[in-house]
Design a protein. Structure first.
Length: 110
């Protein structure tokens, strides 16, 4: 996979909108859109670092698709990605309740 594909996968995994990524990374939305185009170029190192930090991955992952972050992002079950996406849509106070209940359930199952 290339930078564009790895970036798209990380964005999807994080359930973040391009506009939000641009804001949090302090990069223009147009630049983010350009990085996701068919013939996109790799951003300058400083911009790649900012993007990676926002997405919680390494620059190495974005560029090569390799390192431990790859397994974290790409090996997540599609149903789990959907669940994470749906939880992120909830208001923060509801997210906390869902996560606390999931942790309590997990403790009871162990």
């Amino acid at each position: 996979m290339n930078f564009r594909d790895n970036l798209r996968e990380a964005i999807d995994f994080c359930c973040i909108e391009q506009k939000e990524l641009a804001y949090k990374a302090n990069i223009s939305l147009r630049n983010i859109e350009n990085y996701l185009r068919e013939n996109a170029s790799i951003p300058a190192a400083d911009k790649a670092v900012k993007i990676a930090q926002v997405l919680g991955v390494t620059v190495e992952y974005l560029v090569t698709g390799k390192n431990s972050a790859v397994k974290t992002v790409s090996s997540v079950d599609p149903e789990m990605k959907t669940l994470i996406h749906n939880i992120k849509k909830l208001p923060k106070e509801k997210q906390v309740i869902v996560i606390q209940n999931a942790l309590n359930l997990a403790k009871n199952l162990l």
